[in-house]
Design a protein around this ligand. Sequence first.
Ligand code: AMP
Ligand code: MN
Ligand code: MN
Ligand code: MN
Length: 289
Amino acid sequence: MSGLIDLHCHSTASDGTLRPAELVKRAREQGVELLALTDHDSVQGIAEASEAARMHKLELVAGVEISVSWRSHTVHILGLDMNPGHAGLQEGLAWLAQRRVARARRIAAKLARHPGLEDAWEAAVGLASCEAVTRTHFARLLVQRGLAGDMGVAFKRWLGRKGKAFVPGDWASLEQAVGWITAAGGLAVIAHPARYRMTHTRLAELIEDFKRAGGVGLEVVSSAHSPQERASMATLARRHGLLASAGSDFHAPGNPRVELGRGLELPQGCPPIWVHFGRGGTAALCVGS
Ligand code: AMP
Ligand code: MN
Ligand code: MN
Ligand code: MN
C-alpha cells in the first residue's frame, strides 16, 4: 500500500467534530488509504463511515477506543478490524455507555454549582450530537462560555484530576475490553501508551496483563507522542512481542499538530499490525510465539 495509514480518529459518534462521512472525505483528501474509525466506547459511526469509504475508495476498518480502569489508571484500548455488529461487543459498549452517562451527570452537577454553568448538563448534551457525553464536550462548553481560555486550561482547572469538577471514570476492566474486542474478531491495541505517565515498570505490568487478556498491539506512533517517546515505545513493542499500530487521534480540524494520516510512519523494525487485518482477528495470530 503506497497511501497513508491512520488507525485512530474520532467522529461525532464520540468527541470528534466531523461527521463520520466528513471524516472519511477529509482522510481521503489527505492521502489516507486505510483508516480505522475509533470512537470512544462506540461503534455508532461505523455504518456511515463505511458508506462514505465505498464512495471515496478508501479502505475502512471498524474500530473503537474502549475506556478501561486498570489499577488507579484510566487506559484506552483500541479495537481494530472487528465486527461492529457482534452482540457481545455491543452489549459491553451499551453497559459502558450507561456508566459514561452516570459520570457525565455527576460532572454536570459539580459544574452547575458555578455561576454561568447552571445548565451544564443540557448544554453538554446539546454539544454532543451523540449519546456519549465526554469531558471533551464539557471542555468545549467551558471555552465557549469564557470560563477557560482553551481546552488545556479547561482540563487543568476543571475536568482533569486536580480540577474543580473532576469525577474519576469507573470503566471496563482490561479483561472485559480485550475480551469484547477479540470475541468480535478484532485486534486489541494499547492506545497512546506514553500518555499515561506510568513508570517503565508499571507500563511493563500493564502490557503483561494486556497480553494475558489476549491483547496483541501497541500504538507506537501517535500524535500524543514525542519523537523520543515513539522510539521508546518501538523498543517496548519489540521487547514484549507486540505488533505496532499508528494513529493520529484526530478529533477536529484546526490543530496544526494533528492531521489525519500525517507523520505516522512506523520506526524501522516494528511489525505493522495492519498486515493482519481481514484474517479474523487474534485467532489467526500465534500470540506469544
Ligand atoms: P472522557 O473519556 O470523557 O474522560 O474524555 C477523555 C477525552 O478528553 C480524551 O479522549 C481527549 O479527547 C480529551 N482530553 C483529555 N485530556 C485533554 C487535554 N488536556 N486537552 C484536550 N483534550 C483532552
Ligand atoms: Mn477524545
Ligand atoms: Mn485516548
Ligand atoms: Mn482517541
